[in-house]
Ligand binder design. Structure first.
Ligand code: DX5
Ligand code: ZN
Length: 221
């Protein structure tokens, strides 16, 4: 199994001091910056775009940036995010007219490609694309907002996807997003996840390092 990656969602960071807050969470031991893009169309909220991603790079953030696109349409934003310094670009298959084309577009721009599954999105979307995926992201809340509770049936879905990844033989990360906390990250890892998004659990705490250390301690059990 690959090393575990902790990816704080900057949706819960201080947007007025985003560069500094992102640098602080990385200095506290985070591996990846999770970057939530919402368009008030695919999801009922509005956040940040490529200019903010580029601003983080210009500020000196060198860690991987994991762009989670909750937008429709998808394709037009892919080149812009690649140009802005995205490392991973993941999208929701329901939001793309041509899933295979979107995956190829992401990879042709030199980024790692991911597909995101809402709590009720069927795993059949994986059927013909496993060879093109670097990440499978399971949403453990309905997308749109931070601070929601983890939906328990995600654990079952994680186990199913872990099995599909292992059987495929491909090197694919299994990421989980929504309601991840110190007290459930161990169960989530046991179900097969190896990349953990956590927004409110980290950014709403007074000491980022303390939370990340506690998460790593749970992962090491
Ligand atoms: C929700 C976003 C998440 C969110 C997670 O649509 O995709 O990344 O920020 O926040 P928490 O960890 O607070 O559930
Ligand atoms: Zn997200």
């Amino acid at each position: 199994m690959n090393q575990f990656l902790i990816a704080p969602s900057i949706l819960s960071a201080d947007f007025a001091r985003l560069g500094e807050d992102t640098a602080n969470v990385l200095a506290a031991g985070a591996d990846v910056v999770h970057f939530d893009v919402m368009d008030n169309h695919y999801v009922p909220n509005l956040t940040i775009g490529p200019a903010v991603c580029k601003a983080l790079r210009d500020y000196g953030i060198t860690a991987p940036i994991d762009v989670h696109l909750m937008v429709k349409p998808v394709d037009r934003l892919v080149p812009d995010f690649a140009e802005a310094g995205a490392s991973y670009i993941s999208f929701h298959p329901e939001a793309s007219e041509h899933i295979d084309r979107t995956l190829q577009l992401i990879k042709s721009h030199g980024c790692k490609a991911g597909m995101v599954f809402n709590p009720a999105t069927p795993l059949s979307y994986l059927d013909y694309v496993m060879d093109k995926l670097d990440v499978i992201l399971l949403m453990s809340v309905n997308p749109g907002f931070g601070g929601q509770s983890f939906i328990p049936h995600t654990l079952d879905k994680l186990r199913q996807v872990r099995q599909r990844i292992d059987e495929s033989g491909y090197d694919i990360r299994l990421e989980v997003d929504g309601g991840v906390k110190v007290d459930n990250i161990g169960d989530i890892a046991a179900a097969g996840a190896d990349m953990f998004v956590a927004g409110s659990a980290i950014f709403n705490a007074p000491d980022y390092r303390a939370v990340i250390d506690q998460m790593r301690a749970e992962l090491a059990k």
